[in-house]
Design a protein around this ligand. Structure first.
Ligand code: SAM
Length: 278
């Protein structure tokens, strides 16, 4: 039995899977937190190889942080929409808080899942972890989370030109089936976020945004941006308490199967309908 101290959701991702001799792909590395947890979990396994990719360059700091696992870990700069691996190559693909960072939400997600399916071996597993959607109009009593999520979306849009999108588990399940995955299962996990680490991250991003704001010459635009970002930041910061219990992470797992879904279209909660293209 694996005695790792990895978080519960990591244990759930690999539960029931044979890890000896497995080839695993992680999408996307980011700051390497999830990568480190996976490495820790699989490090005692025989003959494992783990590839972790991100479409941003892998920094020196990140390489150093993860170097203790270099004997089985390979870091590569790659776009998940166009992976440079052969088909039927991996036993497991894991992706953590990345699907919500894909611009154009569900449409890009279909492209991404098709690509993940291509590189997975037959009967291989995909495990998708995401922040449970924070923002719901009816979600009173969760103002802090709601603010944090809104703030994250604004920052992502302004700094990285990406549009964060909540993918609801039911929608993800439907898209997975559409893309040729079966045996879809899901579990939710409570987790704690230390507000101190969130403040640190926000402060860094605010500093960067302030330097960008200085370059905006149109005064009306500058005022609007300031209202949108600085005020949101201040109200967010005021509400922070030492540790907040956020809504669950959800982990969705699914198996690559050979036949595709019989649906003629996909209908989403926002009213969007996508016809099936085969
Ligand atoms: C919210 S971060 C999550 C990072 C990491 N998985 C974690 O949990 O800390 C989203 C990551 O997705 C990466 N990303 C976004 N679009 C991508 C794409 N098309 N291909 C590869 N990586 C992508 C970003 O560079 C970023 O590192």
């Amino acid at each position: 039995m694996n005695k790792s101290t990895a978080p519960e959701y990591i244990k759930y991702i690999f539960q029931g899977m044979t890890l000896n001799n497995a080839r695993i792909l992680e999408v996307a590395t980011g700051a390497g937190e999830h990568t480190a947890d996976i490495c820790d979990y699989v490090s005692q396994t025989k003959n494992i190889s783990l590839f972790s990719i991100d479409n941003h360059a892998i920094s020196f700091v990140l390489k150093k942080k993860l170097q203790q696992w270099n004997h089985f870990l390979t870091l590569q700069k790659m776009n998940m929409l166009n992976l440079g691996y052969p088909s039927n190559h991996f036993d497991i693909v894991s992706t953590h808080t990345t699907i919500e960072a894909l611009t154009n939400g569900p449409v890009t997600l279909i492209i991404a899942l098709n690509e993940l399916r291509r590189v997975l071996k037959k009967n291989g597993f995909v495990a998708i972890t995401s922040n449970y959607p924070f923002i719901k109009e009816t979600d009173v009593g969760n103002e802090w989370s709601k603010n944090r999520w809104l703030f994250t979306k604004i920052i992502a849009h302004l700094l990285y030109l990406t549009h964060y999108e909540e993918i609801y588990p039911a929608e993800l399940k439907k898209i997975l089936q559409y893309c040729g995955f079966g045996q879809v299962c899901m579990k939710k996990f409570q987790y704690h976020l230390k507000s101190s680490s969130f403040i640190k991250q926000m402060d860094l991003e605010m500093n960067f945004l302030n330097t960008l704001l200085k370059k905006v010459t149109d005064s009306a635009m500058k005022k609007k941006l300031k209202l949108e970002i600085v005020n949101k930041y201040e109200s967010c910061r005021r509400r922070l308490c030492p540790a907040v219990k956020l809504p669950a992470y959800y982990v969705v797992k699914a198996k690559k199967i050979s036949s595709r879904s019989d649906h003629s279209h996909l209908a989403f909660s926002d009213g969007m309908i996508l016809p099936l293209i085969r």
